[in-house]
Structures are given as C-alpha cells and as structure tokens.
Design a protein around this ligand. Structure first.
Ligand code: BG6
Length: 487
C-alpha cells in the first residue's frame, strides 16, 4: 500500500550517505509500490548539478548499491524521474528561493527535510526552514548522526533545531533501530509469553552485546574525532541495551516505548572516575603482515598530522542497570573495527541450574543461552542441553534450537533505512530517538570519555583480525565469565 504522497528534500544530496544508503533504500520501497505517483525527491547541495545530473547520480547509485536481481531498467527510469535538484549553498541566500518554488503547497503532500549534512549546518538550515515558504507545522525534519560529541554539544544542536521544529516533528536516525532483527527483539519479548517471566535477574546471569566489524576505520575521515565509544556505544549499542532491558511498554505508541527506553538509560549506574580503569577497556588495532595477508594498523591509515592519535577503535565495558529487574546482572559490551569477523549479536546467558542430578553423566549441564543474531545471518538461537542419542549412559550435550531467518523466510531482509525513511512519511516516531534519550546516553558516556582523556596510558594494542585486546578478555574473565563465541 503506498504511503501518502511526499516532497522529500535531501540536504547533502551528493554525499556518501545519500548514494550508499538513502537512494538504494528509496529505490526498494519505490519498486515495491510504496510510493504514491505524486511523490517527489528533491536533492539540495552546493555542487552545480542539473536535474539530469542528479538523476544520473541516482541511477549510478542504484547500479552500484542495489543487488543485481532487484534492478530493472524500466523501474529505475520511473524511479529517477521523480528526482529533481536545487543548487544551494545553505549558508547563504542563493538557492533557497528555488526550494520554495519546488515545494508543493498541499496539505495532502507530506513535507520532509532530511539533513544528511554536518551537524554544524543543522541550525542554519533549520533557521531557513522556519520561514513561511518552507515551514508547516506538520513538516518533518530528519537528523543524521553525529548529534554532538558530548552532552553539551548535543544540547546545542538540539536547541538549534528546537527553535523551529517541535519534538514531534524531529526524527533522529539511529539506523540500528531500523534493522529487521532489532525490531524482532520487540516481537520476541512482547509477542511471546515464554520469555517475559524469565527476563530478569532471578533467571538471567548476564547479557553480552557484541558489534564486531572486520573493516578498518582509518579511511573514514570523521572517525578519528569520534572513536568507538561515540561512534557505536553512545547510540547503536545503548539503543540495543534499551530494547533488551526495558519494561514492557503499555502499547507500541512511540512515546510509550521511548519512555521505557529512557528509564533504562537513566537507571544505568554511572561509571565513576575511579572505576573507569576497572570496567572499561579501549583498544587500537595494529597492522599485521603475513605470507597471505597484509593489513594496515590504525596509525598507518591516518594522515601525517594525525599520527600518534589515541582514538580507540575498540571498546569493551561492563554496565549495570540499577533497578529491580536487573540488579546484579552485568551487561558486557564490546565493539571494534578490524575484529576477527563481522558479527552483531546479543547473548542472554541464563543462570546455572540450581541442582544437578547428573553427577554421573558425561558432560556437565551448561547454562542456557539465547542468542539474537543481528547480522550477518539474522536469526535467534537457543542453546540448550539434551541427552546425546544412543543406548549408552547419560551423555549431556549442548545443542542449538536454531531459527535462521534466511532459511525460514523467502523475502529479502529490508535494509534499515527502507523502514525508517517511510516511517518519517507515515509520521511514526517509534524507531527514532527522542531528545531526552539522546541526552541521557551522552550523560552516561561523557564521564568515561573524560576519564580516558585524562589517562596517561594509550589504548591497548590489538592485532587486526582478532577479538580485541587481552584486557577485554580479562574484563569478563575476572567475573568468572567468558565472551560467547559462536562456531
Ligand atoms: C555507523 C558507524 O553508525 O554504523 C560506522 O558510524 C559503522 O562506523 C556502522 O561502521 C555500522 O553499521 P552496520 O549497519 O554496518 O552495522
């Protein structure tokens, strides 16, 4: 079913995000018949392009970033025909008039402004968008990260936007929330009766959240200013934590859900200065050269002026949530670039059985684990103990009850942006971060960052292609636990 017709204005139209993520996502939704015929995409950027140039850019982006089996010439041509372009250096007056003319003055046409630009431009752009030609009370503004580099800067950015747009008009993207498996976490928890009764400290020993990437970081210009804590933990991973740990909301209403997520963030035990060294580990990858591979270290990827950078490309930390449900249950996080392989997963480890009757059996009972795999190979797996088949004695074995999405469903898994871009048109803020959530996340992360900045020692080195520095293994093993590693 098509969504309402829209004018989607994309600032930063020639940038990487537009080409890699936004255009391919819009293409898929268009191809599936979700665009009303009246819908338009208007690109805005400084580069002096014509409509035809921008349409070519869109065509090229589809050719490069949409899998071959979904590309067909006729659909691509219909798709690019809804693209137009406006040359506009947003910091001066030129070009704004053209945008005013391009927007349709029809309340049935949803008006959305996507700011795929550096955050220092949010405020000046919003200021213009507040003028009569562009602003409508029902217009929407979509913000891309980084939304600040600490609490204060994020407040400044949000204040700038809030001078024009009310909170119910603001859509802050965290693309992890658009991932199919992340939404599935909600279904798993709140559409089944099985899990909720055991979803607490009585039954759960601890939770592990891993987002490991095999790619490096150095060629991404922004990364050195950011580091893994700001780039992954502050946003994506804390959002995952919220979905795992929140209380059941009363409904799927956007604010009901976001209220519950906010409570989790506010219940995170602050990591005090003196504890930072004990419960956090930061690392930076070193290059590796062998007969078969040669991978550069982070330092070698940096431009001259940045050599010696102490930016972390890996973080492991232990967090605690101070409430009745989770008291005493540690949440271990780890994320990094150039790790052994790409895997994002949440592992819920249940407690040991209270008493074993299998003293004479081969193999001791191991605690159950529920593993929610976000990528790659999305799925849910429950590790449980069974008796090894056979007439002999009792032999216990851990086996997975495995739900692989790829094997169960024939549909392709949509990319996060497909869902999120159209949720903006639908006016559904459920999968977008509210301002108070964002600020609560910064408030928790800032003291860690500050303690690291003051620390005399640099991040611990780890070899590219491994699971991170040895300190991260020690972090969890000190508690008598180990990182979950799938076969
Ligand atoms: C982005 C980070 O937000 O998420 C990148 O800035 C990271 O550094 C990316 O690579 C990971 O996203 P995904 O969807 O590939 O897991």
């Amino acid at each position: 079913i098509p969504v309402q017709p829209f004018d989607y204005v994309v600032f930063g139209a020639t940038g990487d995000l537009t080409k890699r993520k936004l255009i391919p996502a819009l293409y898929h939704r268009f191809k599936d018949g979700q665009f009303d015929e009246q819908s338009r995409i208007i690109g805005v950027s400084r580069s002096p392009l014509s409509d035809a140039d921008f349409q070519k850019l869109a065509r090229d982006a589809v050719a490069e970033f949409v899998e071959k089996e979904y590309r067909d010439k006729e659909t691509i041509e219909r798709f690019v025909s809804i693209f137009s372009y406006i040359v506009n250096d947003v910091t001066n007056q030129d070009g704004w008039g053209d945008l005013g003319k391009a927007l349709r003055d029809d309340s049935q046409v949803v008006r959305a402004f996507y700011l795929a630009v550096a955050p220092n431009l949010f405020e000046p752009i919003c200021e213009y968008l507040g003028k009569r030609k562009y602003y409508r009370r029902d217009a929407r503004v979509v913000l891309e990260k980084p939304l600040g580099h600490d609490l204060i800067s994020s407040q400044e950015i949000n204040d700038g936007v809030a001078r024009i747009f009310a909170e119910d008009q603001v859509y802050r993207i965290d693309h992890y929330l658009g991932k199919e498996t992340v939404q599935n976490l909600l279904a798993l928890r709140f559409a089944n009766t099985l899990f909720e009764p055991v979803w607490n400290s009585t039954h759960i020993d601890h939770v592990q959240l891993t987002v490991a990437e095999s790619v490096g970081a150095g060629t991404r210009g922004y990364y050195d200013e950011s580091g893994a804590l700001r780039d992954m933990i502050q946003n994506h991973m804390l959002q995952l934590l919220c979905l795992v740990a929140m209380e059941p909301p009363a409904s799927d209403d956007a604010n009901a859900l976001r209220d519950e997520k906010l409570k989790v963030l506010r219940a995170l035990r602050p990591i005090a200065n003196g504890d930072v060294g004990k419960v956090t580990v930061r690392g930076q990858y070193r290059g590796v050269t062998s007969e078969t591979t040669s991978v550069k270290g982070y330092q070698d990827e940096l431009p001259e002026g940045k050599k010696g950078s102490r930016t972390e490309t890996f973080v492991a930390l232990k967090a605690e949530i101070q409430n009745w449900r989770w008291a005493g249950v540690p949440f271990y996080f780890r994320t990094g670039k150039r790790m052994a392989r790409r895997v994002s997963e949440i592992c819920i480890q249940f407690r040991d059985i209270p008493h074993s009757i299998f003293d004479h059996a081969e193999g001791a009972p191991r605690p159950n684990k529920l593993i929610i795999r976000l990528q790659p190979d999305e799925g849910v797996k429950l590790l449980m103990m069974i008796k090894d088949p056979g007439p002999g004695g009792m032999r216990l074995r851990e086996v997975p009850l495995n739900l692989s999405f790829a094997q169960t469903f024939s549909e392709r898994t949509p990319e996060a942006y497909e869902r999120l871009l159209l949720d903006v048109v639908r006016g559904n803020q459920t999968l977008f971060m509210r301002r108070d959530e964002l600020e609560a996340a910064w408030a928790w992360v800032d003291p860690i960052r500050e303690a690291w900045d003051r620390a005399s020692e640099p991040p611990q080195p780890y070899t590219a292609g491994t699971w991170g520095p040895t300190g991260s293994i020690a972090l969890i093993e000190r508690d008598g636990r180990t990182w979950h590693e799938d076969d």
